[in-house]
Design a protein around this ligand. Sequence first.
Ligand SMILES: NC(=O)c1ccc[n+]([C@@H]2O[C@H](COP(=O)([O-])OP(=O)(O)OC[C@H]3O[C@@H](n4cnc5c(N)ncnc54)[C@H](OP(=O)(O)O)[C@@H]3O)[C@@H](O)[C@H]2O)c1
Length: 268
Amino acid sequence: MSRWRTALVTGASSGIGREIARQAAARGVDVVAVARREDELRTLAREVRDTWGRTVEVLPADLLTAGGLAAVEARLADPDRPVDLLVNNAGFGSLGWFHELPIDREDRQIRLNVLAVTRLASAALAAMVPRGRGGVLNVSSVSGFQPMPTNAVYGASKAFVTSLSQALHEEVRGAGVHVTALCPGFTRTEFQAVAGSDVRSLPPWVWMTSAAVARAGLDAVTRNRAVCVPGAGYRAVATVVDLAPRDVVRRLTALATRASLPAPEAGR
Ligand SMILES: NC(=O)c1ccc[n+]([C@@H]2O[C@H](COP(=O)([O-])OP(=O)(O)OC[C@H]3O[C@@H](n4cnc5c(N)ncnc54)[C@H](OP(=O)(O)O)[C@@H]3O)[C@@H](O)[C@H]2O)c1
């Protein structure tokens, strides 16, 4: 029996979000599924109904539009159909030298990874805190634990998400509401293709499955952990990063990330 009754999951059309929606349903939770690709959400709804007998309410929305964001905020605020778990998962990254990347894409990344996450957490907590129950699972990343040269805006956006989640976790302590940052490492989804990363040279052991990440995230928000890093290897790295001097971490990350990209066009 799950602690949650209805979970609203953003980015439920693929990857980690779709897997969180599936596993929530398998635990007896109804789902409100948000993403742009309505056909993928409808396929998920059929699968969930046929396999686990739970309801998936399909809420197609582009969280980069004012209308899309407002529709999801309104759904979270609806007192007649309470959502008691928000999974703030939709997000994307980009790879490249900051001065060469199109700034409009970086702008969209900040609006989805930071602004939409913040607005939806606000709408959810404004409804949950007075009710004295609820949960928010913010999908962040291990990329938020240190500056990320060649993923600079993505790393900064995830540092924001982890910091925001930890602050909110403390703000609602004792109010019956849980807030958790889920910080995965490399996970096999559509993320790398969307970011334009060539990951063929990565060794197999760096990869997590979205099933393992989803399970860790749902368990962590149920137990009200402030931060969850799935996988023993990533937890060990996160501990070292936490303890090591910040300038050493920054330089080592720069050496590792620089090796993965051709030098910028000019100036080096
Ligand atoms: N995969 C990894 O290695 C990894 C590692 C650490 C953290 N993460 C984080 O995990 C989260 C999920 O990513 P993923 O790996 O599952 O990638 P994914 O397979 O690309 O899924 C991203 C999801 O976000 C949705 N989305 C994108 N733009 C949207 C928009 N404007 N409005 C509404 N929904 C939008 C996509 O749906 P539509 O295209 O249908 O809108 C899709 O469902 C992200 O926050 C990512 O930063 C991923």
